[in-house]
Design a protein around this ligand. Sequence first.
Ligand code: PMP
Length: 377
Amino acid sequence: MSAGGGVGGDAPRRERTGRRRITPRADVALMSGYHSPQIDVAVRLNTNEAPEPPPAQFVRELEAAIASIDLNRYPDRDARALREALAAEHAVDAEQVYCANGSNEVLQSLLLAYGGPGRCAAVFEPTYALHSHIARVTGTDVVEGERDDDLLIDERELARVLTAAGRAGESNPVVTFVCSPNNPTGRAEPRDTVERVLAAAPGIVVVDEAYAQFSPWSASELLADNPHLVVVRTFSKTWSLAALRLGYAIADAEVVDAMWRVTLPYHLDAVKQAAGVLALRHGGAVRERAARLTEERGRLSAALRTMAVEVYPSDANFILFRTTGRDAREVWRSLLKQSVLVRDVSAWPRLDGCLRVTVGTRAENDEFLGALAVALA
Ligand code: PMP
């Protein structure tokens, strides 16, 4: 390329006379991103990942699959093989399966398709912060309900929230979020609560089941009778594949079709598609790991109950606890000084004094317990 070349190389260079300030959309300017700190520590128990890598056999199979990918070609735009494998897993049609780069992106597609100006989403706080965040990013208003003293969704609050959202238009809330098991509190909603939400909500009901494998039941049982139900799952937790970014939804084919309409072409890379198909062949190993983590969760909860903290029951791979009489932020800092990272949720609604710890390996959990004893001393 000649000096001063490029497109329109002979045109006079425009002088930089100063930066023009271009502001983002007013509501975006007010948003803060959602970030869990990524700090280098010995014991990382802050993002509910699986503590172990995926099975070695899976990794070998994935390596072989990657070697056979035509890297110069775009991936299958419809992710057909992956969707068929997921459909077989859940005994539904492939047209009922939508996949994306992590379940967060699945939720974003849903809100891009169904949310937007004049529409609102309902959430029950405290819950997974991304539900309201993604709603707002897509220009969808958020109506917040409050969980009861057991941190579950109660009938009266459900009615209040649906009525309040309905004032913004009769199909509102266009999306109602139920997180079960709920992050960061840990409990699964009882089946009759989800049935009540499905009966009362005028729009789509999303049951976010990121932690399904630890839950006593799954809302996927209710899909056949409820075309407005969307069950969202992820490979980031129990499947030990957080690095890959793969999540999916099971829903009515019409809802899935709407989600495809807002999806960028070739959004799901070929490695991820292959990994998802292969991972599903290792379901047995994953269930075994989930069972072991559930047992370990019991041991960790029991140990925490002997300490000066209030422990909440959990149906997930993490435990919420309140550092009664101690400043939670101080406890969090002391743990960090001992190279143990947990999630500080003490600034969330109704969770003052609370920290959330992911169930790790037995050794990691012991290190955490030792560090917590020091922090509380
Ligand atoms: N839903 C819930 C309830 C979660 O806790 C998380 C991860 N923290 C996600 C969705 C997002 O998972 P991913 O995007 O990794 O699939």
